[in-house]
Design a binder for this molecule. Structure first.
Ligand code: SAH
Length: 391
């Protein structure tokens, strides 16, 4: 096995448990290895660091799998997958019908995402090391979870950074790609082939349930509603009306079916529009909403994009505050690790000053337990959800 030696000053971060080694941190590679192979990693003077996937095509050149000198064979992956599943069984008392089974680095399986939608699994292999082991991983997942079918959603842009092509399709048992799942009291249709990401935003599950408790008798505005998950939960929570907006016609057609499936078709109105325009229009009218949900896509995909992204977050939060009645609640989210809790909080505070409203941060929320964070890797904490009371 080849060995990657780190530059002298790079050892400290490795000791923190950090899993990524960038090209610029590497002093030399001894021995021969193919990209995708497992390599040993040692500090400059030879001190043991760990073992991980090599990919010289990526600036993220090594992703550590372990800090122990253990064999990285089929048994290793079988144990890691079983361990992650045992965690879900223990940590999700609400049920395992729809959950993230494997959450990449957070489960010490760098670049591997597996979502479970009823009897169907969706897999993403986002690192070369995982991608070349795809068949084995699907075998092991089949052994562990006995899914009826496995779908590959290998179309995220990050794959290109690893030199991997975009690829989607059935790996096991082709069938209807629209599957019904349960989430708390709600039922949802998830389109694993045509939907965004793996089909559904499982990471917002608990935040949707929390929001539903605030919706009773209220008028709710769900911005960036996708297939209507927040909207449906708000309706089931007793909202008088829900207005839900998204720019994707495909998402909205499934959203309408989801509202009907939950007997909420009458109370939820779906609007195909750009949220920025819709909020601008509504902000000119007297404030009429009791709850506003903002769950935008990641405006800041990189640190460089942050300054512009902050402007976008500021604008939607400002207008959301303007359309809320006194006593209303803003549920504002960011799914970008760059736009973290501290920054989002500051954006809302500034927006409140501009909107001449008083605000109270009543709850700060994040990931559910099936989207674990690696404590040494701040970039694995990407989701923030603030619940703000507005006067
Ligand atoms: N709240 C959803 C997830 C939202 S994902 C849930 O709980 O399932 C973000 C959504 O924003 C996507 O559906 C995307 O189509 C939509 N979107 C992105 N930019 C938009 C814009 N400018 N106006 C309206 N919708 C937008």
């Amino acid at each position: 096995m080849a060995t990657v030696f780190l530059k002298p000053e790079r050892e400290a971060r490795m000791r923190s448990g950090y899993l990524w080694i960038f090209a610029g941190e590497i002093a030399r590679i001894d021995g021969t290895a193919e990209d995708g192979d497992v390599v040993d990693v040692r500090a400059y003077r030879g001190r043991w660091v760990g073992r991980g996937f090599l990919n010289r095509r990526s600036s993220l050149t090594v992703r550590l799998l372990t800090h122990r000198p253990e064999e990285i064979d089929e048994g290793f992956f079988r144990r890691r997958l079983a361990d992650a599943w045992a965690s879900r069984r223990r940590m999700l008392p609400g049920g395992l019908d729809a959950c993230r089974v494997i959450s990449g680095e957070g489960d010490l399986l760098p670049g591997l995402i597996v979502d479970r939608y009823a009897d169907l699994l969706v897999i993403q292999t986002l690192s070369l090391g995982m991608d070349v082991r795809k068949v084995m991983l699907v075998d092991l997942l089949t052994e562990l979870l006995a899914p009826a079918a496995v779908y590959e959603r290998n179309d995220p842009h990050v794959r290109t950074l690893e030199g991997l092509p975009q690829q989607v399709g059935w790996l096991r048992g082709a069938r209807d790609p629209v599957v019904e799942i349960h989430e708390g009291p709600a039922r949802f249709l998830v389109d694993v082939a045509g939907g965004q990401k793996t089909g559904f935003f499982l990471d917002q599950r608990e935040n949707r349930l929390a929001t539903a408790t605030l919706a009773k008798d209220g008028e709710v505005f769900d911005a960036f509603c996708y297939t209507g998950a927040f909207a449906v939960h708000a309706a089931l929570g007793g909202a008088k009306t829900v207005t839900a907006v998204d720019s994707s016609a495909d998402a909205l057609s499934l959203a309408r079916r989801n509202a009907a499936l939950n007997g909420a078709g009458e109370r939820v109105q779906f609007v195909e529009a750009n949220v920025f325009n819709e909020l601008r229009r509504l902000a000119e009218l007297p404030p009429r909403f009791d709850v506003v949900i903002l769950d935008p896509p990641a405006f800041a995909r990189s640190k460089d994009a942050l300054p512009r992204a902050v402007g976008g977050y500021k604008e939607i939060n400002l207008r959301a505050l303007k359309i809320l009645r006194p006593g209303g609640v803003l549920v504002t989210c960011s799914c970008s690790s760059h736009m973290d809790e501290t920054l989002l909080q500051a954006v809302v505070a500034e927006a409140a000053v501009d909107a001449k409203r008083d605000v109270r941060l009543v709850e700060s929320r994040g990931h559910p337990r099936d989207h674990p964070v690696h404590p040494a890797m701040p970039e694995t904490r990407y989701l923030t959800c603030l619940i703000i009371e507005v006067r």
